[in-house]
Design a protein. Sequence first.
Length: 242
Amino acid sequence: MTAWIDHFLFGLYPYLCLVVFFVGSWIRFDRDQYTWKSDSSQLLRTGSLRWANNLFHVGVLFLFFGHFVGMLTPHAVYDVLITAHDKQLLAMISGGIAGLMGFIGVTLLLHRRLTDARIRATSKTSDIALLWIFWVQLALGLATIPLSAQHLDGSMMMLLAEWAQRIVTFRSGAADLLAPAGWIFKTHMFLGMTVFLIFPFTRLVHVWSGFGTLAYVLRPYQLVRARRLNVPTGQNQPRRSL
């Protein structure tokens, strides 16, 4: 029974999440473009939003790209530059700092949304649920650091990276790799995949717009010419009638 659950959660569930993530985002952009926004509550009350928002976004974005590069880059690519032991130490230190920043930020955002009456009244259920999911996810991520410190050879990190690479390359046996992983690692991975599953149905869709601005930066310059009427000197100018 446990093997079947692991096969579903870590062998089939990732593909379900990715399909809903891409197809759902495309359908929402095509049919509900007026809901494609961040729904910021800054106009209602600024308060501690600047600190909370910056800490959360910097921490989460660093963790996203760190996980993306760290888990999907084959070991042979970085083996000539850094060992698995050093890579795990780097991931623990940098990920711990970014995770703590994100955790503090999301805690402030959650407190602000739950305790401010004006913001709470205009909040959707998905807004509060999303903050709770990130809060638990960041807490689980920080909880994996002491566990990772118990095996600094990088074996668990290599195992998780191999799982991710098998998933994206459609190779079999991905779920079987996670048999030695503890429940904290598995819960952290499951919740991370769930974020992709609910992505199209929440305010998270504005992340696509953030990545889309890269195309704007790389676009060609727009050449603007002013249209002017050149009147030769000495010609009669139009007079204003009295």
